[in-house]
Design a protein around this ligand. Structure first.
Ligand code: VGL
Ligand code: ZN
Length: 201
């Protein structure tokens, strides 16, 4: 039975020298490359892909990055630094990630007014087609890795569960951004209550 490997947002802006850096992000590259060599996987990558007028950017509200903000319509819980702008180097996959192994790429966050943390659906619920794609491929089990543990990966795990997939988190293949203190621990607690298995690769 084929499985899916979801590789979430391994893009330059989320690495140590990027605009929305995740501490220790580059440590996950070798784990992800090793996982991708397993022939059981169909590999699907997420790519955060924002237009310059995206409303998740603090600058577009004349506010400081990480200002709390929630418009209940898909932006929040904080405003972010400008990141992963379409066509910029920050939006490219990290050069150490063997991105030639990706079978599919799902771009998200492309609509100015709505953010999209999950690879399955935008924050306002709009379907991105990922569940349908995986089901059409006969895939029932997913392993997930990438950035950031406490945002895009977490939302993707929840949506995978609600779409009926079994999902395991490759815990040495992910790191959190911790925009609000405690985000990583809360995410791990949520995984535990949801019975999500953590594995190492
Ligand atoms: C992400 C914040 C904003 C992520 C994307 O990939 O976790 N976080 N956009
Ligand atoms: Zn984003």
């Amino acid at each position: 039975m084929r499985k899916a490997l979801l590789v979430v947002d391994v893009q330059n802006d989320f690495y140590e020298t990027g605009s929305l850096p995740v501490k220790g992000a580059s440590q996950i590259n070798k784990v992800i490359n090793r996982a991708m060599r397993d022939p059981v996987y169909t590999i699907l990558a997420g790519q955060d892909w924002h237009p310059s007028n995206h409303m998740s950017f603090a600058a577009n509200h004349r506010k400081e990055p990480f200002t709390p903000f929630d418009n209940k319509k898909g932006i929040g819980p904080v405003l972010w630094p400008v990141h992963c702008m379409q066509g910029t180097p920050g939006a490219e996959f990290h050069p150490d990630i063997e991105s030639n192994r990706f079978d599919y790429i799902v771009r998200k966050g492309t609509h100015p007014g709505v953010d999209s943390y999950s690879i399955f659906r935008e924050n306002d619920g709009t379907n991105l087609g990922t569940a349908g794609l995986l089901k059409a491929l006969g895939i029932e089990e997913i392993d997930i890795c990438g950035l950031a543990l406490d945002y895009c990966l977490k939302y993707t795990v929840h949506d995978a569960l609600s779409s009926g997939f079994k999902i395991r988190v490759i815990i040495n293949g992910t790191k959190g951004v911790e925009a609000n203190e405690g985000d990583v621990q809360r995410t791990l607690d949520e995984f535990e209550s949801a019975g999500v298995e953590l594995i190492e690769k």
